[in-house]
Design a protein. Structure first.
Length: 103
């Protein structure tokens, strides 16, 4: 995974008040743009991440979009199943995971 800045979750949330993301890994940058309401930018970033973590974010984004079939495909590529938690809870789970991984 790529190294990210040393933000914690609260600092990441505060960065959403800015027009541009802080220095972030591609994983967190995609999630940042998603939360800012720019699904297209978030998806563009996620679809170019060639590993299972990128697939996890890609799956989440298609879940946001409402495309369950495509979402399930990407969850399977990530080695996961679609969760039954809310989208906001999944977003938080993803952000916290990538912040803890420093990636």
């Amino acid at each position: 995974m790529n190294r990210s800045s040393d933000l914690n979750y609260d600092q990441f949330l505060l960065s959403l008040n800015n027009d541009h993301p802080p220095e972030l890994s591609v994983y967190l940058e995609s999630l940042w743009y998603d939360k800012k309401g720019d699904w297209d930018k978030a998806h563009q970033i996620a679809q170019d991440i060639p590993d299972k973590w990128g697939s996890w974010i890609h799956a989440y984004l298609h879940r946001v979009e409402g495309d369950e079939w495509n979402s399930n495909y990407w969850y399977s590529r990530a080695g996961k199943i679609m969760p039954s938690i809310s989208l906001s809870d999944e977003w938080e789970t993803l952000v916290k995971y990538f912040l803890e991984q420093k990636g």
